[in-house]
Every structure is written in structure tokens, then in C-alpha cells.
Design a protein around this ligand. Structure first.
Ligand code: M6R
Length: 614
């Protein structure tokens, strides 16, 4: 939800900003803008549309300057337009601000400032900030940093901001509450950014700014970190582990395709160092400290959104099945507001690729207040959810840039498979030999995915061509494959804009069967053994009504071949891992259908990778 990048130092800021904005574009792509301190004046260029459109405009303007801020927007208040694009500038033309988040009390601040004669030109909540800072400077006759601090004490809501003023051209200010912000520290230069990607080739030294902290970066190489209550903070300078290669397309047409193909490696990485196959042991270093509390807990409540919620549903199936522990899965956005009955006997596990999802973060904050132990299963190292959790496990899938989650999902499921087995081992719910068998199956999963990617891609492409004009799709599965059906449907709708529903296969006859006719593609996930016969009966029901059955089935499943129009074969595995294998062709199917329809695969309309507003 909006990406911000800023620079102060000795280099030309514009190339750093524009490159940074391209890397942050996954966070929003409704409009983009930059402001640079240019020979004593502020050059402000902003434009509706993508960063590339801004680039065209800015190249013609040939702006220069060694202090600048840049923004890529996901619209909340006011439609995508030039006027609503960031940066926003104060009425006196001195102060420019970029913002990620929502100023919840902007209306009352706007009314007050309007009464005092300030003119607002945009519909955004953000525009109150430059005007408010200007007003405070006027009233208090103070420097920019004090005015920003006082302004932030007046606003409620979420923000990551970068601010500079024409009157103090050697200062760049950043602050955060609820939206991510990092400082990159170079040799007498500083960067601010929503994540590490714009910074990575310039420096590895970063500070993750905490909520209600503000950093003042000085061109002379000094900086000051304080809370917005004006208390000094000791900065925790950390070393980035990210590498440049991992955030580039690496020869693929889209990040999504690259990320689908990275799954053998990302699953391997999510498991690496966590399994001792010789002794049949699982090592989850992050959870060990809380082992007794986890084992003694009354129940585990998983909170997440979107694809991460689907991984949570699979986690429920796995933990209950393998470890016989009580699990509930909640949409974070519902859980946080519905006054749930939770206490210190409950363990809350938040799942999030980005680690920044506003609802998930708020849900764990609420549960923490009630005394629950909070665990995070996140992908982005150093993001807000892991930092707000007591402990957890990173998924180690590497940066996921395509807005549609693929490798992060399968890595989440692999990590939960390990968590389920870790609990099972501690609770003695599985025999040693069964545990070893399951661990072995996980170990060979990456090579199965490798061969599946090779064997199914051309077939999936052909199916995508055939169904590219469908207006609806149904995805059906039972047991472990029901969450995978939900995930398959979500992938299709978000990148191809085709309406798709995921359902438990047996639920079909309670309503969705009415939708079946000869036009309706129905994707059946039948590659799990336990409910195979029963799912085949559901396939019969669809075939009898002339639905177009596309099946994901185990190699050598002869029965399904008699019923389905298309069969995509996947390798055999344990039922609890079958949704991972089923997900691979489903990801490819949505990718190739979206491509056939000419959709923007990596940046689907209306979406953003990191949902930092509720
Ligand atoms: O970063 P998170 O995992 O917390 O994000 C949750 C959802 O916003 C995310 O999974 C979303 O549904 C994806 N676009 C799905 O592909």
C-alpha cells in the first residue's frame, strides 16, 4: 500500500528514486511522483499511472538535486489522479511530504486548517501533513524536525512518511507508525524506503524504524533517532541479507513466473537446517524457548489474510491430523473486531508473507493485550509482524514481488508441516517411523516440484488457451485439497479477473451445482488419496451435467481419465503434502490465462502486495 523512497547525500537523487520506485511498485501503482531539492527550489513531478509514465515525464524535465523523495501510490482517499499523487506540498511551497498509510483524523485537521486559510487541492488524507507542519512552524517558529514531531502527535492512524523543506536543504526526515520504514546508512548518505529493495546496491547497513519513531538525517552524515514524544533512541544498525539477484526477474517475463519456478528452492530453503533426518528430529529454534507453553496450550488460533489465510487453513488440517492439537483459523480482519474469547492459554500464530498486513498486525496486538503467546510465520525478515511477535519461524522463501502469492504460500505450508510434526514429536502422536516417513517425503518434495514444473507447463498453457474466455470457474477439492482449491480460485480471480469460487467438493450439491452447464470449467483436485473415491463421485456429478472437468490427479490415475476433459498429472506424495503439488499447476493455469487475456500479471488492477491499511 504505497511505496516510499528518499535520498540525501552527494549523489544525484533522481536515478536512485526512480529505480527505487520501480522496485517498490508492487506496493501500489495508481500514480507516482518525486520531489527534488533543485538549486534552492523544489522540483515536483507527479503523474497518474505507473512509474514508467512518471519516468517519461521526469526525463523530459531533466531534474537534478541531491535531496529527494519519491512515492508510488495505492489509492485510498481520492481516485488515482495527478492532483492526488504524492508528494504533497505545503501552501507556502516549502515543505514536501510522501506518506504510506491513512491519517484517520484528517477530516477534522483539514477543517481546522481550512478555517485558518489553508487551501486544499487534493482529496487525500495526506495533504493535511504539509499544511499542518507549515502551520506549526509558523506558530512555534521552530525547525522542521520539531514541527514534524508536533504534527505527528496530532494525527491518528498509520503512517510512514518522508519530509523535507526548502528552508532546511540539508535535512531529510522519516517517521513511522504502523507502516514500514527503513533507513539505509551509506558513506555520508542516507536512504529511506518502505523496504530494503531500493537500498540494497548502495548499502547493507539499515535501521528498521519502530512505531512512533522519527529519524532526522543530516547531509553531513549525522543522524538522530527519537520517539515522537522526543525521547532519544539508540539505533539498532543491522546488516541486510538480501541480494540484488533475488529482486530481479532473472530472465523470466514476469516475477510471478520466476517465483513459481523458484519453488523447489524456496521449499528447500524453508526446511533447510530445520530437519535432522538421521535422528528424525525437527529443530525450530525460534519456538524452542516457548515449547512448554505451546505444548500445554488449550488451542492454537491462526490469524491471517488472503493466501496466508489459506495456508492457515492447511495448517489447521495438518496440526489437527498429525499432532492432535486444537486449532482455529481466523480472518485477521474479523478476529480483531469480534471480541473473541482468548486468554493466556491460547497461542496465536500470525501468518504473513509481507509481515506488514495491517489487519494481521492489529489482530496480534489485540491478542497480546489479552495475554496470548504470539508467534509469527512470516517471509520478510525484520518486518512488523515478526517484530511484534514473541517468537516464530521465518519462511525463507526469498523476496516475493509478484502481487499474486505463489512461493510464499508453498513455503508457509512447508513450515507449518514442520510445526505440525514438531508438535507431534513432542506430544508423541506419531510413531518414530511415521515421523521419519513424513520428513523424508518433505525432503524429496523439491525434486518432485522440479519434475512437475517440467512435465505440466506446456499442457497447462494449452488448457489456458482453451479457457481464456471463460467468465466463471469452480475449484473443488476435499480434505487437504479444499484449501488448495480456495487458493487456486483466488489466484485466478486476482490476476485474470475471471470470477472463480473454491468449494469443498461435497458442498457443490448444496448450491454451486446450479451453476454447472457445458460452459463451466470445473477444476477438480483429486490427487489426495483419502477422499479419492468420494471426489470422483463429485466429478461424475459435474460430468453428468456437461461441466468441463479439468483434473489435477496423481500419475496413473486411470479412473479420472475416463471422466475429465483434461488431466494434469502430479507426482504421488503424502496427502498432507498433496496441496503443495496441486498448487503448482493451478498457479501456472492462472498465470497463463492472465497472459492470454493480456492482463498485467505482476501488478493486477486494484491490488497491492502489502496491505498496510485495514
Ligand atoms: O503479506 P500477507 O501474507 O499478510 O498478505 C495477505 C494477503 O494480502 C495476500 O496473501 C493476498 O491475498 C495475495 N494477493 C494473494 O495472492
Amino acid at each position: 500500500m504505497c511505496g516510499i523512497v528518499a535520498y540525501i547525500g552527494t549523489k544525484e537523487a533522481y536515478p536512485i528514486l526512480i529505480k527505487g520506485l520501480k522496485r517498490l511498485e508492487y506496493r501500489g501503482y495508481d500514480s507516482a511522483g518525486v520531489a527534488l531539492m533543485n538549486n534552492g527550489n523544489i522540483s515536483l513531478i507527479k503523474q497518474k499511472g505507473k512509474v514508467s509514465e512518471l519516468e517519461e515525464l521526469a526525463t523530459k524535465a531533466s531534474i537534478t538535486g541531491t535531496l529527494g523523495i519519491g512515492h508510488t501510490r495505492w489509492a485510498t482517499h481520492g481516485p488515482p489522479s495527478q492532483i492526488n499523487s504524492h508528494p504533497h506540498i505545503s501552501n507556502n511551497g516549502d515543505i514536501v511530504v510522501i506518506h504510506n498509510g491513512i491519517i484517520e483524523n484528517f477530516q477534522s485537521i483539514k477543517e481546522e486548517l481550512t478555517r485558518r486559510g489553508y487551501k486544499f487541492i487534493s482529496d487525500t488524507d495526506t495533504e493535511v501533513l504539509p499544511h499542518l507542519i507549515e502551520e506549526i512552524q509558523k506558530k512555534e517558529k521552530c525547525a522542521l524536525d520539531k514541527a514534524v514531531r508536533l504534527a505527528l502527535n496530532e494525527v491518528t492512524g498509520a503512517y510512514a512518511i518522508a519530509v523535507f523543506s526548502k528552508k532546511e536543504p540539508n535535512i531529510l526526515i522519516g517517521a513511522r507508525k504502523g507502516s514500514p520504514l527503513i533507513v539505509g546508512i551509506g558513506e555520508t548518505e542516507f536512504f529511506l524506503a518502505s523496504d530494503a529493495s531500493p537500498v540494497i546496491e548502495y548499502t547493507k547497513k539499515v535501521i528498521y524504524i519502530n512505531d512512533e519513531e522519527m529519524v532526522t538525517l543530516n547531509r553531513d552524515g549525522n543522524f538522530e533517532l527519537k520517539t515522537i514524544q522526543n525521547e532519544e533512541k539508540t539505533p539498532n544498525i543491522q546488516e541486510l541479507e538480501l541480494n540484488l539477484e533475488s529482486i530481479e526477474k532473472g530472465g523470466y517475463d514476469h516475477f510471478m513466473l520466476k517465483e513459481i519456478h523458484e519453488q523447489p528452492k524456496s521449499i528447500y530453503d524453508s526446511v533447510r537446517g530445520r530437519v535432522d533426518l538421521t535422528n528424525g528430529k525437527i529443530k525450530l529454534g525460534g519456538l524452542e524457548e516457548y515449547k512448554n507453553r505451546i505444548m500445554a496450550s488449550r488451542r492454537i488460533v491462526i490469524v491471517a489474510c488472503g493466501t496466508s489465510w489459506h495456508a492457515g487453513l492447511l495448517a489447521e488440517y495438518m496440526i489437527e491430523d498429525l499432532a492432535r492439537a486444537n486449532v482455529e483459523v481466523e480472518y485477521a480482519s474479523e478476529f480483531r473486531y469480534r471480541n473473541p474469547v482468548i486468554d493466556e492459554d491460547d497461542i496465536i500464530i500470525a501468518i504473513s508473507q509481507s509481515g506488514e498486513t495491517a489487519d494481521t498486525l492489529a489482530a496480534i496486538e489485540m491478542a497480546k493485550q489479552k495475554g496470548c503467546l504470539i508467534l509469527g510465520v512470516c517471509n520478510v525478515v525484520g518486518s512488523s509482524i515478526p517484530r511484534a511477535s514473541h517468537a516464530g519461524c521465518y519462511t525463507h522463501a526469498g523476496p516475493e514481488i509478484g502481487v499474486a502469492s505463489t512461493k510464499a504460500f508453498t513455503a508457509q505450508v512447508s513450515v507449518f508441516f514442520l510445526i505440525a510434526l514438531w508438535i507431534a514429536e513432542n506430544k508423541n502422536t506419531l510413531s518414530k517411523s511415521r515421523l521419519n516417513q513424513l520428513l523424508h517425503e518433505l525432503e524429496i518434495l523439491p525434486s518432485k516440484i522440479e519434475s512437475l514444473l517440467k512435465s505440466c507447463e506446456e499442457k497447462v498453457k494449452a488448457i489456458a488457451k482453451e479457457y481464456k474466455d471463460a467468465t466463471n470457474f469452480l475449484y473443488l477439492g476435499r480434505g487437504y485439497n479444499f484449501p488448495a482449491a480456495l487458493e487456486g480460485a483466488l489466484k485466478l480471480k486476482e490476476i485474470s479477473y475471471i470470477h472463480a469460487e473454491g468449494y469443498p467438493a461435497a458442498e457443490m450439491k448444496h448450491g454451486p451445482i446450479a451453476l454447472i452447464d457445458e460452459e463451466m470449467p470445473v477444476v477438480f483436485l483429486v490427487n489426495n488419496i483419502s477422499s479419492h473415491e468420494k471426489t470422483l463421485s463429485n466429478v461424475q456429478e459435474v460430468a453428468a451435467r456437461k461441466g468441463q472437468v479439468i483434473a489435477i490427479a496423481r500419475h496413473g490415475d486411470t479412473q479420472i481419465k475416463k471422466l475429465a476433459k483434461h488431466v494434469i498429472e502430479v507426482p504421488d506424495t503424502e496427502d498432507c503434502l498433496s496441496p503443495i503439488l496441486a498448487s503448482i499447476p493451478l498457479q501456472l493455469l492462472s498465470y497463463y490465462i492472465a497472459l492470454e487475456r493480456g492482463c498485467n500479471v505482476d501488478q493486477p488492477r486494484n491490488l497491492a502486495k502489502s496491505v498496510t491499511v485495514e
